[in-house]
Design a protein around this ligand. Structure first.
Ligand SMILES: Cc1cc2nc3c(=O)[nH]c(=O)nc-3n(C[C@H](O)[C@H](O)[C@H](O)COP(=O)(O)OP(=O)(O)OC[C@H]3O[C@@H](n4cnc5c(N)ncnc54)[C@H](O)[C@@H]3O)c2cc1C
Length: 467
C-alpha cells in the first residue's frame, strides 16, 4: 500500500537503538528529523552510565549487554561506528542453584556431573516416562511447555522459582512463547530431539562470541547519535511526549511537556500500551521492571563468568554480572564491580527499598554464592527501568493484536523497537525495526505489520549470531 507523499519532517520518539537507527536512515536520505527523548541521556536501555568511585571511573550498562546479530549490514554499521574500540569477547555463563554451579545453557553431560543424585534420578525417570508415554508436548503455558518436554523435576529445579522471580507471576500464567526463547534449554532440547518423537526439528547453534565496545554498550549509540546529528537531525532530551494531535486519520502534531511539534509522520519507540493510551485507547499490556544494583569491589576479579543466573527463588537478583568481563575498561585497574539485576515493579518493596538496606541483602547473597563480600567497598548506587521485559502472559497475544488494530487508524504513525512493538527482542532486532520504519516512510509503503511480525517469538534470539 502507498501512503501519501514522502514526508518532509519526521518526529522520532525515543533516542534508544530503534529511534536512533530510524533517524540515521532518514537523515541519510535527506529528511528533516527531530528526535524527542524523555531521558537526559541517549541510548535508551542500550546506554551506559558512569560512576565516579574513590579509585576512578566505573561504567555500568542497564543490565550487561553484548552485541550479537546475524545481520551483516548492521554489524558493519556498528563496526564502522565503534571502530577499534569494538572488542570481541566470549560468553561464559553459569546457573547457580542450591549451592551448585551448572553450565549455561544446561547440558546433559554437565547436569550428570554436577547435579545431586536425587535430581538425576528424578529427571531420568521423568524423561523415561516422557519418552515412553504418548502425550504430545503442550504449548498451553510456560510451565506446561517445560514439564511436558523435560519433566517436573527439571522444571521445578531450574525454571519454576527463577521464572516466578523474573516475571512476578505464576509460570502457569505465562505464555509458552517465552519458553520457545529460553536459550538455556537449547542443549536439553537437542537431547529431547533425539529422545522424543515430535519434540522439534533442526539443530540450533548458540552464540558464544559477541562484540562489546571498550567503554560500554552505550558507545554504539553515543556514536550513532553523533552521526545522526552530523547528518542534520535535531535531538531534544528531557522532553516527554504525552499525546498526539490527530485529524483525518493522520497525526498532525506531537504533544509534549515542552509544547507541540508539527510533523508529517511519526516513528515511535514509546511503550505500546502507553501509545495506545495517548491516542484514546486502553491496553492491559504490562512490563516487568528491573532495579540494577551496582557496587564496587576492591579486587581485580570476582569470577570468570559473563553472567551468573541465580535460580534460587529467595535470592534478590535473577542475574549477577561483572562488567569487567565484557571490557577491562569498565572499572579502574585493580578494581572491579558487580551488578545485580533485581526484578521488581515501580512502587513495590524492592523498587523502593533504600540502597543501604539492599547493599546488606546483596552482600548476604554474595556470601551464599561463595563470593568474598568483605571486598565490597561500600560504594554503590541503583538504576531502574520500569520497562525491562514485556510480560508475555496468557492474554498478551490477543491484547497486542488489539493495540495494533487500534493504532492502525493513524496511517503516518509507526511503532517500532522493543517496547514499541511489545517484543522480547535484542538490540539488533530493535535497530532493524527502526530501519524498517524509516524505509517504509521513504518508499511510501505501509510496513507496520512486517515490523510487528519481525523476529517473532518462535525465533530463538540468541542463536546463529555472526558477531
Ligand atoms: C536487562 C536487559 C539486558 C539486555 N541485554 C541485551 C544484550 O545483551 N544484547 C542485546 O542486544 N540486547 C539486550 N537487551 C535488549 C536491549 O536493551 C533492547 O532491545 C533495546 O534497548 C531496545 O531498543 P529500543 O530503542 O526499542 O528501546 P529503548 O532502548 O527502551 O529506547 C526507547 C527510548 O524511548 C524513550 N521514550 C519512551 N517513552 C517516551 C516518551 N513518552 N517521550 C519521550 N521519550 C520516550 C525512552 O526514554 C527510551 O530512551 C537487554 C535488555 C534488558 C532489559
Amino acid at each position: 500500500m502507498m501512503i501519501g507523499d514522502v514526508p518532509r519532517h519526521v518526529v522520532v520518539i525515543g533516542a534508544g537503538p530503534a529511534g536512533l537507527t530510524a533517524a540515521h536512515e532518514l537523515t541519510e536520505a535527506g529528511i528533516a528529523v527531530t528526535i524527542l527523548e524523555r531521558g537526559k541521556d541517549l541510548g535508551g536501555l542500550g546506554g551506559t552510565t558512569s560512576f565516579e568511585g574513590l579509585h576512578g571511573t566505573y561504567r555500568f550498562d542497564f543490565g550487561g549487554h553484548r552485541f550479537i546479530t546475524h545481520n551483516a549490514d548492521l554489524l558493519r554499521l556498528v563496526e564502522e561506528l565503534v571502530g577499534d574500540d569494538l572488542l570481541t569477547a566470549t560468553r561464559h555463563s553459569v546457573i547457580r542453584f542450591g549451592g551448585r554451579t551448572y553450565d549455561y545453557p544446561l547440558s546433559l553431560k554437565n547436569l550428570l556431573k554436577t547435579a545431586p543424585p536425587g535430581l538425576i534420578a528424578g529427571a531420568s525417570l521423568d524423561l523415561a516416562r516422557l519418552a515412553l508415554g504418548r502425550r504430545a508436548p503442550s504449548d498451553d503455558s510456560f510451565a506446561a511447555w517445560i514439564e511436558s518436554r523435560f519433566g517436573r523435576t527439571l522444571y521445578r529445579t531450574f525454571f519454576e522459582g527463577y521464572t516466578a522471580k523474573l516475571w512476578g507471576i505464576d509460570p502457569r500464567q505465562l505464555s509458552a512463547d517465552w519458553a520457545e526463547q529460553r536459550i538455556s534449554l537449547v542443549d536439553l532440547k537437542e537431547v529431547a530431539r533425539r529422545l522424543l518423537p515430535g519434540a522439534g526439528q533442526g539443530p540450533r547453534t548458540y552464540a558464544r562470541g559477541y562484540r562489546y565496545p571498550r567503554h560500554g554498550f552505550g558507545m554504539i549509540f553515543q556514536r550513532l547519535a553523533e552521526r545522526v546529528i552530523r547528518q542534520g537531525a535535531v535531538v531534544r532530551t528531557g522532553v516527554t511526549v504525552n499525546g498526539l494531535a490527530t485529524g483525518g486519520g493522520r497525526v498532525r502534531a506531537v504533544l509534549t511537556d515542552k509544547g507541540p511539534l508539527t510533523c508529517d509522520a511519526v516513528i515511535s519507540s514509546v511503550p505500546l500500551p502507553d501509545m495506545v493510551a495517548m491516542t484514546g485507547g486502553a491496553s492491559s499490556l504490562k512490563f516487568r521492571g528491573l532495579r540494577f544494583f551496582n557496587m564496587v569491589m576492591a579486587t581485580p576479579d570476582v569470577s570468570p563468568f559473563t553472567w551468573q543466573y541465580l535460580s534460587d527463588p529467595d535470592m534478590l537478583a535473577t542475574r549477577l554480572q561483572e562488567p569487567r568481563r565484557r571490557s577491562p575498561q569498565m572499572s579502574p585497574p585493580g578494581m572491579t564491580s558487580l551488578m545485580l539485576e533485581i526484578p521488581c515493579d515501580p512502587g513495590d518493596a524492592l523498587w523502593t527499598v533504600a540502597d543501604d538496606v539492599l547493599f546488606e541483602r546483596a552482600c548476604g547473597d554474595l556470601r551464599r554464592l561463595g563470593i568474598d563480600a568483605s571486598k565490597a567497598t561500600g560504594e554503590y548506587f541503583s538504576a531502574r527501568t520500569p520497562y525491562a521485559y514485556p510480560v508475555m502472559d496468557l492474554a498478551y497475544r490477543a491484547e497486542r493484536r488489539r493495540a495494533f488494530d487500534h493504532l492502525r487508524q493513524f496511517e503516518n504513525l509507526i511503532q517500532c523497537g522493543r517496547q514499541g512493538t511489545f517484543r522480547y527482542v535484542f538490540t539488533d532486532a530493535a535497530m532493524e525495526t527502526g530501519q524498517m520504519a524509516a524505509r517504509g516512510i521513504l518508499s511510501r509503503s505501509d510496513v507496520r505489520e512486517a515490523i510487528y511480525e519481525h523476529r517473532n517469538e518462535r525465533t530463538v534470539i540468541e542463536t546463529e549470531s555472526i558477531a
